[in-house]
Design a protein around this ligand. Structure first.
Ligand code: SF4
Length: 148
């Protein structure tokens, strides 16, 4: 019976969905414990924004997002972010757990836009929009804070 449990939006790859650019997931072993306390709503901004899986990796360059072939995919990322926000509004979700380092889901850091593997302080496009709308965003390394 899940009625009444607080809902949390979560990066789909963290529950094991194979939504990553390389066709893999990022299953996090704390998901089982989270499910005892919360109703999880998996969502992937890149897939819902219309990008195929697998796909070329993308990185943020300021307000734009480009893939490693130089194609501007900003529109897909903004669409995914809008859809994530709509789901949060519709389901009255106030908390999200998103995948660190991703150009959509990054919470504290993202790649620097040079495709060299370098990380910089920053947030993904979905994280940015959710936070602007008052939603608290945790990364997967902060899940334990939600299990206290
Ligand atoms: S956009 Fe987010 S949910 Fe989708 S694969 Fe990337 S990190 Fe995971």
């Amino acid at each position: 019976m899940t009625y009444g449990m607080e809902k949390i939006l979560i990066s789909a790859c963290l529950v094991g969905d194979k939504t990553r650019y390389d066709g893999h997931g990022n299953y996090n072993p704390l998901i089982k414990e989270l499910l005892e306390k919360y109703e999880l709503v998996p969502f992937c901004s890149e897939v819902e924004g219309g990008l195929p899986t697998p796909r070329k990796p993308s990185e943020r360059k300021g307000s734009r997002v480009v893939n490693n072939a130089g194609k501007d995919v900003t529109k897909n990322y903004l669409k995914g972010a809008e859809m994530a926000l709509n789901i949060c509004k519709y389901l009255d979700i106030k908390v999200a757990i998103l995948k660190e380092n991703s150009p959509a889901c990054g919470v504290h850091q993202i790649h620097d836009g040079s495709f060299s593997g370098k990380l910089i302080k920053g947030e993904g496009t979905t994280t940015e929009l959710l936070r602007k709308n008052g939603i608290t965003v945790y990364s997967e390394s902060e899940i334990s804070e939600l299990l206290k």
